[in-house]
Design a protein around this ligand. Structure first.
Ligand code: BLA
Length: 342
């Protein structure tokens, strides 16, 4: 614990920084699961890892950066979920699963899951959900790494439509288009994607698949840092919403997003394998996509009726629309240039 704190914190140069450091230390102490995370060097032997020339590769530094950066903007309080999901044990007895969960005055849920397994398998699923009084996007980093492949989604997922209407897009993404363009050129578009997922993405989404490579991992980390800082700024500037119908719209938009991911996120198969069916379900519905049982009362089929089977159950298919969008369907100005997604 002491080692972790001293590695994470830079030497203090002023009283303000020292004060921040004390807050950080306190935060780490209270967030017991994250406090137990191992820093690099990795527990896995180099020959078993995906990046033979990158012995330091780990998603831990992403989370550490985010925590430090958030502390400059707001006071994080450990969420009760942290304690509850602290002791996750993989069935294989080897894979490490670590969780962290916080909240703050404007952030309903700040949560992360890191998985470090055999054969260089690493996962970061990190998301920040605003309180419903704020219509800022959801910060989303979903990174899956296996021995020689990476599947990456990094985005400020919009709460409201950014394909057919302009206002939400202009409010949050217009100024961020140059940032999105920069990384869209550095990280290749991950080829065809399901239409349903695309509907949850923004014009600055980084959707990418690439072979493990130190340079691309460095770019991904740089992108993560810039997107995260951008999100924090949006949060800083966000004005509280008091209009009841607008609040309801925000709740419903988050609820639809949560229920989509709770039901259809591609990571579930792996979680089931690692934790068993019931614990994986619990983690998905009550930790990763917490709010799915409280922010709204509609069902998955109310939002996505096209998934209804004849017997009334939800189709097991991941997508009804199917995959398309071979290339990035957004232009540099944020206009949607793909075919109709419905
Ligand atoms: C793959 N994860 C994917 C893919 C996407 C996402 C788009 C590509 C496959 C596909 O098109 O479905 C992520 N999809 C998202 C996100 C949204 C969405 C963020 O709709 C938001 C709206 N990923 C995780 C976790 C695990 C994980 C926790 O977040 C594992 C525990 C794994 N993601 C994972 C794996 C794949 C994947 C294994 C590849 C599997 C596959 O393609 O079937």
């Amino acid at each position: 614990m002491e080692i972790l704190v001293s590695l994470v914190l830079k030497p203090a140069e002023s009283e303000r920084e020292r004060e921040k450091e004390r807050e950080m230390e306190c935060l780490f102490r209270r967030s017991s699961s994250f406090g137990k995370m191992k820093l690099d060097p990795s527990p896995y032997p180099p020959q078993k890892r995906c990046l033979s020339r990158n012995a330091a590769f780990s998603y831990q530094k992403f989370i550490q950066f985010a925590l430090e950066e958030t502390q400059l903007h707001t006071q994080l309080i450990p969420s009760p979920l942290q304690e509850h999901y602290r002791h996750l044990k993989a069935i294989d007895g080897k894979t490490k699963l670590q969780t962290l969960a916080f909240q703050s005055s404007k952030i309903r849920l700040y949560r992360g899951l890191i998985i470090e397994g055999d054969n260089a398998m690493q996962v970061l699923d990190f998301a920040l959900f605003p309180e419903p009084e704020y219509d800022v996007p959801i910060f989303c980093a979903s990174f899956f790494t296996a021995s020689n492949t990476n599947v990456v989604v990094l985005d400020l997922n919009p709460l409201h439509d950014v394909i057919d209407t302009e206002d939400y897009k202009a409010k949050y993404y217009k100024n961020l288009m140059p940032l999105g363009q920069k990384y869209a050129e550095l990280l290749p578009w991950g080829s065809k994607i399901t239409g349903e997922s695309l509907g949850f993405f923004s014009p600055i989404v980084i959707w990418s698949k690439f072979c493990s490579d130190q340079h691309l991992h460095d770019i991904l980390f740089a992108a993560f840092k810039e997107y995260f800082k951008a999100w924090l700024q949006l949060m800083d500037q966000a004005k509280v919403e008091t209009n009841a119908s607008q609040l309801h719209r925000n709740c419903e938009a988050q609820h639809k997003y949560l229920i989509w991911r709770a039901e259809k996120d591609p990571g579930h198969q792996l979680l089931k394998k690692l934790l068993g069916e019931s614990l994986a379900q619990d983690l998905v519905w009550n930790f990763l996509f917490n709010g799915v049982n409280t922010l709204g009362s509609k069902s998955f089929l109310d939002y996505f009726p096209e998934y209804r089977c004849v017997d009334g159950s939800i189709s097991k298919k991941r997508s009804i629309i199917g995959k398309s969008f071979e290339n990035r369907p957004w232009d540099a100005k944020g206009n949607f240039i793909g075919a109709n997604i419905r």
